[in-house]
Write a protein that binds this ligand. Structure first.
Ligand SMILES: Cc1cc2nc3c(=O)[nH]c(=O)nc-3n(C[C@H](O)[C@H](O)[C@H](O)COP(=O)(O)OP(=O)(O)OC[C@H]3O[C@@H](n4cnc5c(N)ncnc54)[C@H](O)[C@@H]3O)c2cc1C
Length: 404
């Protein structure tokens, strides 16, 4: 099937990474993203990239784009720490040191920067304002994707990379649930650049991720993103056709708690502006160590937004067809261990490899089945590990029991 054509629904981290791999392999594809443009909404700030993510990006990106990724990634100390709210150290974990990988395998990237790198060379292949509503599997096995604006796209295979609310999953695997994990996050950042460098907890004293756990398991997560070189200068120095927005150093500062700890309904919480969310955060850390409170008070209000933590519930194997799923569309997980994006990137690497085999003649559904078998193994393990860690540390709801 050398004329294989792949339709990707969703232009997030996983969908774009797959697109990069297909482009490198010379496989025809088109991606359809519901947002009107790449910078449309706030999608968060820092993403931890683990060895799985690094390996996937190395395989999928062009060598030059990978170089830009490695040069724009921050390399905080390979350590995670847990403190109580008086800043007594409770636990520290050294992360494995992998000398062959950039940052020894422990990187923190700015989400928008990574997305811009993943978009390099793909501008014409990503269609914006295209929200998948449903699909039809045709008699030949090809799949026609339907979008909200009335347009359609047909390919030999449809990849649902359309995130946690995946329309592809809802139609394909109606039995696959996504549930509220019981946690809400107020996600923001503290500027660290030049004259704004005010964080009373010095970023150089923080590792890859620091959790401060207080009463009722309310918590604050802190993670510095300090670039080794100004981001927009990296692209200029390496001279690839990648446009990177400037971004200053910052400290990710996220408050989280069980939903009943918030004195507001979700509707009220999601209607608040940044100043109100900051005031709410400060009220919920009242009485904590003064340096921690001061750090929270340095958050840029414009950066703060609320997040409902949701998780997939693992499902039993299904019959493979010419529709498949990737990333959060099939294995959304709480950010408790910071591996959701890494798992989506790993999916993209493996699926790209299976599609290359299909393009070379392996029966398509056999190749997709091999992907699904492997992906559901590590993907659902990551969902379970994230839920278990989130439950132990900050009271995330346990996963609903399943037969698996
Ligand atoms: C607060 C927070 C912090 C996190 N930190 C980390 C971290 O440090 N490390 C880590 O590995 N993971 C982290 N994650 C998880 C990570 O963000 C996700 O796992 C990752 O983005 C999944 O990639 P994806 O491509 O599957 O989905 P997404 O990145 O969500 O992309 C899906 C895309 O599909 C589009 N879309 C949705 N519906 C449709 C439709 N119907 N039609 C067309 N397009 C559609 C969306 O607009 C979006 O662009 C974090 C998550 C949160 C909430």
């Amino acid at each position: 099937m050398s004329d294989l054509h792949v339709v990707i629904a969703g232009g997030g981290l996983g969908g774009l990474a797959l697109a990069q791999g297909l482009r490198q392999a010379g496989i025809s594809f088109a991606a359809y993203e519901k947002d009107p443009g790449p910078d449309f909404r706030n999608q968060g700030y820092r993403i931890r990239i683990s060895p799985d993510g690094i390996t996937a990006l190395k395989a999928l990106l062009t060598p030059r784009a990978y170089e830009v990724f490695a040069a724009t990634a921050a390399t905080p100390g390979p350590r995670t720490d847990t403190f109580d709210h008086h800043l007594n150290l409770l636990h520290t974990q050294e992360l494995p040191h992998l000398p062959g990988l950039p940052g020894s395998g422990n990187l923190a990237v700015n989400r928008l920067t990574l997305r811009q790198i993943l978009l390099s060379g793909l501008r014409d292949a990503v269609h914006y304002g295209a929200r998948l509503t449903h699909y039809d599997v045709n008699r030949s096995g090809s799949v026609t994707a339907h979008f909200a604006d009335g347009t359609t796209a047909t390919g030999d295979v449809l990849i649902g990379a359309d995130g946690v609310n995946s329309a592809a999953r809802k139609q394909y695997l109606a039995q696959a649930q996504v549930v509220d994990a019981g946690l809400r996050l107020l996600y923001g950042k503290v500027p660290l650049a030049d004259d704004q460098a005010r964080a009373p907890l010095p970023p150089e004293s923080l590792g890859l991720w620091t959790t401060v756990v207080g009463p009722q398991r309310r918590f604050v997560g802190l993670a510095p993103v300090r670039f080794r070189e100004p981001v927009h200068e990296v692209a200029t120095r390496l001279a690839p056709p990648i446009e990177l927005s400037g971004v200053d150093d910052y400290l990710t500062c996220v408050f989280g708690a069980r939903r009943e700890q918030f004195p507001h309904t979700d509707t009220e919480l999601f209607a608040m502006n940044g100043e109100q969310l900051k005031a709410l955060t400060l009220s919920l850390v009242n009485g904590w160590h003064p340096r921690l409170v001061e750090t929270v008070s340095c958050q840029d209000p414009a950066s703060i937004f609320p997040v409902t933590v949701r998780t997939s519930v693992p499902v039993a194997a299904w019959e493979t067809t010419t529709v498949t799923l990737l990333g959060d569309a099939i294995h959304a997980m709480s950010p408790a261990i910071g591996v959701g994006a890494n798992t989506a990137l790993r999916d993209a690497r493996i699926l790209a490899g299976r599609l290359v085999e299909a393009a070379a003649g392996r029966p398509l559904t056999e190749a997709l089945h091999a992907y699904e078998e492997e992906m559901t193994g590590y993907g659902f393990d990551a969902v379970r590990d994230s839920a278990a860690h989130g439950h132990r540390l900050v009271g995330q709801d346990p996963l609903p029991s399943t037969q698996l």
